[in-house]
Design a protein around this ligand. Structure first.
Ligand code: NAP
Length: 268
């Protein structure tokens, strides 16, 4: 007995109508939460998926599932068993593994797929950015005398900076770490954002920061530290994005809604 992937509908002319949407949103970002709001407002069936990295994810207007799927085959099974009609990958631009899995599972399972992603930040006049390819390159670039470093990175990457223990690090996490970060000298601020340039200016001044290290995440909420660094003339070590995972991508929630309405089942 074949598994039903989508429920076909017939229009008056007998031409099959697109399936009633049942959207799986891969989340963990502000954009995914905004999309969940839009889907709920339209009364569409949708589920938001989290990896489970954050202790207390924000409340959502659609059902939430938490945890990995078990690679491409696990996600493919999930799409099939839950009759997902549309897969929207709204993960962070640095969540390269999840994005690659999403594209592969969607293609294998014949499920329309779209990526909702933020445009990358671009340096402006007054910015003092040094681009590095990845976390390891950022760690290597910090070799030298002690400095006061704002490490604007998720907690999973902080351990790598123990290789440069001479610096004093300012960390900002969404929730308090269970284990003290391995860095010998650090201050930890717990805050979820979005952040303002004025508040980040105060933060950089208060902690006498000499250099900011961050990923090129894009988006407005996390941009405040870059505006503040520009204002203070501070250097920024900018970790560039991993390679584009491929597939169709848009930057705005209304473009996803439009795709759901018109584009997805025409292969657009
Ligand atoms: P990743 O390295 O690309 O993914 C590692 C594994 O985590 C995936 O293979 C998948 O496990 C699971 N996973 C990731 N995102 C998931 C999701 N939304 N739902 C269910 N499972 C998920 O991802 P990451 O960089 O660790 O990021 C994890 C999560 O944090 C993502 O949701 C991302 O949007 C969010 N986030 C990441 C960053 C960042 O800088 N990387 C920043 C802010 C937020 P299986 O293979 O078992 O399916």
């Amino acid at each position: 007995m074949p598994t039903i992937v989508s429920q076909g509908r017939s229009g008056v002319s007998g031409i099959p109508l697109p399936p009633v949407p049942n959207v799986l949103v891969l989340g963990g970002t502000t954009e995914a939460s905004a999309l969940a709001e839009a889907l709920a407002a339209r009364g569409l069936s949708a589920t938001l998926s989290y990896a489970g990295r954050v202790e207390r994810p924000r409340a959502q207007p659609v059902p939430v599932r938490i945890g990995g799927f078990g690679g491409v085959t696990g996600l493919q099974r999930h799409l099939r068993e839950n009759r997902v009609t549309h897969l929207v990958d709204a993960t962070h631009p640095f969540a390269a593994t999840m994005s690659a899995h999403a594209l592969a599972a969607a293609r294998n399972g014949g499920v329309p797929h779209l990526r909702l992603t933020r445009p990358a930040w671009r340096a402006q006049a007054g910015d003092r950015w040094r681009h590095v390819a990845d976390i390891e390159a950022a760690v290597a670039a910090l070799a030298g005398p002690p400095r006061r470093v704002m490490l604007a990175l998720g907690r999973m990457h902080v351990g790598a900076f123990a290789a440069q223990p001479q610096h004093h690090y300012l960390l900002r996490f969404v929730d308090r770490a269970d284990l003290a970060p391995v860095l010998p000298h650090h201050d930890l601020v717990v805050d979820r954002g979005p952040f303002t340039a004025a508040a980040d200016l105060d933060l950089l001044r208060e902690h006498a920061i000499d250099i900011v290290v961050c990923k090129n995440a894009g988006g407005s909420g996390a941009q405040a530290k870059l505006v503040a660094a520009r204002e203070l003339g501070l250097p920024v070590l900018m970790i560039d994005r991993p390679a584009d995972p491929g597939g169709k991508a848009v930057h705005r929630v209304d473009e996803v809604m439009d795709w759901l309405d018109h584009g997805a089942h025409r292969g657009v």
